[in-house]
Every structure is written in C-alpha cells, then in structure tokens.
Design a protein around this ligand. Structure first.
Ligand SMILES: NC(=O)c1ccc[n+]([C@@H]2O[C@H](COP(=O)([O-])OP(=O)(O)OC[C@H]3O[C@@H](n4cnc5c(N)ncnc54)[C@H](OP(=O)(O)O)[C@@H]3O)[C@@H](O)[C@H]2O)c1
Length: 397
C-alpha cells in the first residue's frame, strides 16, 4: 500500500518542465543531411528511478534530467525526420518543434496530411518534404506512417536507411512481425521505439499544458552503443513524462492484446451483453443504458482511474460491494479462456495478418464506415446519444 501511494505521489508531482521555448516558432528552418557520429554525454543516473510496482521492481526514466538545453545539445547535429502526419506524427513533430529541436516532416504530397501539416506551419522545401526527401535528410527517421503504410512503403524508404542513422517507431509492429511486413533494416543502424500510452492528440495537449504523457521505450538494435540514450532523449523530446522500458515484442503484444481486450473489444462486448439482458427482461432503453454505460463511464471508471478498484469498492454501498466481490470471480473465469485465445492469436501473427489484409483492401474505408454505422444504429448507442444530451453540462435549462 505504501509503495502504491509513493508511486501515485510521484506521478502527481511530475513537475512540468521549464519550457521557455514552448510554442515559440521553431528556430530550425533549414534541413541538412547530418548524421551525428558523436553522442553528447548525458547521465541517465539522476533521471532513473527504481519503483516498486506491486512487489516487482522496475526502472522508470523521468524527464527532469533532460531539460531543454540538454535536449537541444543532444540533438544539435541531427535532423529528426517525422514521416507521417496522423495523430502521432502531428503531436510528436509539433512537440519537437516547440522544444526547439531540428525537426522536419515528410508526407505524401496532396494528401490529407500534407494539408494538415501546411496548416500547422510546416513550410514546403524548408520543414515539409515528400516522404523520400525527408527520409534522405533525416539522421533520425521517425516512421510514424500508419502500420500498413510502414509495410507498403518499406522498399521506398530502404535506400535512405543508411549506416549510422537511427530508425524510430512508435509501435513494435513493423519489426516484430517483419516476416509479414518485410521491414528488414540493415545491421549498421540503431533501431529504437517510443510508444506514447495514448493518442497523439493527448500527447500534444498534455505537452501544451506543461505535463507529459507516459510512454514506453525500447531498443531493437544497438549499432552505436548509444541506442538507449537516444530512445530516452527522443522519448522526452516528443513530450513524454515518464518512460517505461520494454521490448519491441512486448510493446506490440501488449498493445494488440489490450486494444482487442478491455480497452476496446471486451468493453464493447461486455456493455452489449449487459444491455441486451436488461432489455430482454423488460427494462427501458434509458434504464439499460444508464445502468450499463453511463454510470460506468461517468462515475465508476473515473474513480478506478483516480483511486483504484479497492477504493471504488470501499466507497460503494454494502449491497453493491458484496455483489461485485462475489460476481467478479465468475466474470474472471468466463473471460480467462477468451483472453488466452486472444493472446495466442496475437503471438502467432493471426491478428496482424488480419489487420494488414483488411487494411490492404481498396474499399477498406467504405467497409469500415458500414461496420461503424451498424454500431451507431444499435439501440443502445442511439439511447446513449439521448442520455448524453441530458447530462447536466449539456442540459442548461
Ligand atoms: N494513434 C495512436 O493512438 C497511437 C498511439 C501510439 C502509437 N501509435 C503508432 O504510431 C504510428 C502512427 O500512428 P497514427 O495513428 O498517427 O497513424 P495513422 O493515422 O494510421 O497514419 C499516419 C500517416 O500515414 C500516412 N499514410 C497512410 N497510408 C499511406 C500511404 N500508402 N502512403 C503514404 N502515406 C500513407 C497518412 O498520410 P495521408 O494523410 O496522406 O493518408 C498519415 O500521415 C503507428 O505505428 C501507430 O501504431 C499510434
């Protein structure tokens, strides 16, 4: 219990870094093909903490040891080429720019991302380039294309991934499943990862507020013998708060497992099952929705996030707490075999094959729209829309 409260205190007290250059225009306007051979010394000692996670000791890295001048010194001979301008490309590149670091963006011309980048102040020929040009100029090639595009464009990128460069990802996908993605970089480069634990929009908004989203970091290949320092420095430079160490494989396994599980797949399945049983037994749509989704998202899940499951249970009625404690085990027993199947399907590559196959279909977007519309048309989510309109903040009468 004590260690948990220490972890919470530490998390809360993550002091916003002094960001004297926050939101000022980037000083870097010219891009050059510089590959740094000398890595400026940077002590990892002060920024490292060994924390007790429920009895297991893990090392976390914090940004307090990497103030802006140190970051700028670290990357002073580099060009950070961010490829792709989806949520991650946008959030990470804007944070790098506001940190006064030498960043350029590479996206396909004429696409949605190109327009977005121009609107954000990236200038064609100075800080905004085609994917190939940016990859050519970058000493760090930050591959933030969609996971399918990382496979599709690998042959285009490969000629620019040359000796001494650093290849960076925010997902272990392309490297871990390279039997399917065919991403096979050369041996004379560093390959690192920083995966923010949230969307690029959150990474950006927390950075602007002077906070930081936590991320995991990993090294796949350490040619320079400085790959870990690079991962830590870049993780902080893109706006992370704390950095947890992992491997490419563990990052992608846990990510694919989690999003198919409780984060997205399982939560929807459980919501649906509970709503349907309530409806089958004569409860009104509003009652079924309120008792399933609204109370979960508006009251109990935020409490679990803020104070933990035990605290939430302790602060519910005795009737609720007794029932939850008794029924939790039955749900656990029912879910366990499904989770076992899911993990196996992640490890054996089935999930990745399906994602890549589906994503490659020319009408993927249209098919997706049909699937999402089917969800939107479900009675429970139509009820949800009405319930949301009645929330106090949306109902000012
Ligand atoms: N989103 C998250 O919450 C999150 C969190 C952590 C890590 N990640 C990882 O971060 C990476 C980027 O994710 P994201 O969500 O930001 O990316 P995304 O929205 O899926 O796509 C990013 C970019 O890929 C480009 N792209 C797609 N197909 C292309 C093609 N055939 N040719 C050229 N460009 C193409 C898009 O350009 P156009 O606009 O021109 O199509 C867009 O700029 C992924 O590895 C992802 O797994 C994501």
């Amino acid at each position: 219990m004590a260690s948990r409260s220490i972890a919470r205190t530490l998390f809360r007290s993550a002091a916003p870094a002094a960001r004297s250059s926050l939101l000022r225009p980037a000083f870097f306007t010219g891009a050059s093909k510089l590959v740094s051979t000398k890595i400026p010394a940077f002590s990892q000692v002060r920024g490292m903490k060994t924390m007790d996670f429920g009895g297991t000791k893990e090392v976390v890295y914090e940004r307090s040891d990497m103030p802006l001048p140190k970051l700028q010194e670290f990357f002073k001979n580099d060009t950070l080429a961010v490829l792709g301008y989806g949520p991650q490309g946008q959030g990470q590149s804007l944070n790098l720019r506001d940190n006064g670091l030498p960043v350029i963006v590479g996206v396909r011309k004429g696409g949605r991302s190109w327009q977005k980048a121009v609107a954000d102040g990236w200038v064609e020929g100075k800080t905004l380039f085609s994917i190939e040009e940016a990859a050519d100029k970058g000493s760090y090639i930050m591959n933030l294309l969609s996971d399918a595009a990382q496979r599709d464009l690998w042959k285009t990128l490969e000629p620019y991934v040359t000796k001494g460069k650093t290849l960076y990802f925010s997902h272990g996908f392309a490297m871990t499943y390279n039997d399917q993605t065919k991403v096979n970089p050369p041996a004379d480069i560093d390959i690192i990862l920083c995966a923010p634990k949230g969307s690029g929009a959150t990474l950006r908004s927390l950075f602007v507020e002077g906070k930081g989203l936590n991320s995991s970091i990993a090294v796949y290949q350490d040619y320079s013998k400085h790959a870990k320092e690079k991962a830590i420095a870049l993780g902080i430079a893109i706006g992370s708060g704390y950095l947890y160490e992992t491997t490419f494989q563990k990052e992608v396994y846990s990510d694919l497992f989690g999003e198919r599980g409780i984060l997205m797949g399982a939560i929807f399945g459980m919501f649906r099952a509970q709503y349907d049983i309530l409806r089958e037994n004569g409860h009104s749509p509003s009652e079924a929705f309120n008792e399933t989704v609204e109370e979960a998202t508006q009251s109990l899940i935020p409490l679990i996030g803020a104070k933990g499951m035990d605290w939430m249970y302790a602060n519910c009625s005795v009737t609720a707490q007794r029932g939850a404690l008794d029924w939790h085990q039955k749900f656990y027993d029912a879910a366990l075999p499904v989770y076992k199947d899911l993990y196996k399907s992640v490890v054996d590559g089935t999930e990745v094959k399906r994602a890549l196959d589906k994503n490659s279909q020319p009408d993927y977007r249209e098919q997706l729209e049909v699937e999402l519309k089917d969800i939107d048309d479900m009675e429970m989510w139509r009820s949800g829309s009405t319930v949301r309109s009645l929330r106090p903040e949306n109902n000012k009468d």
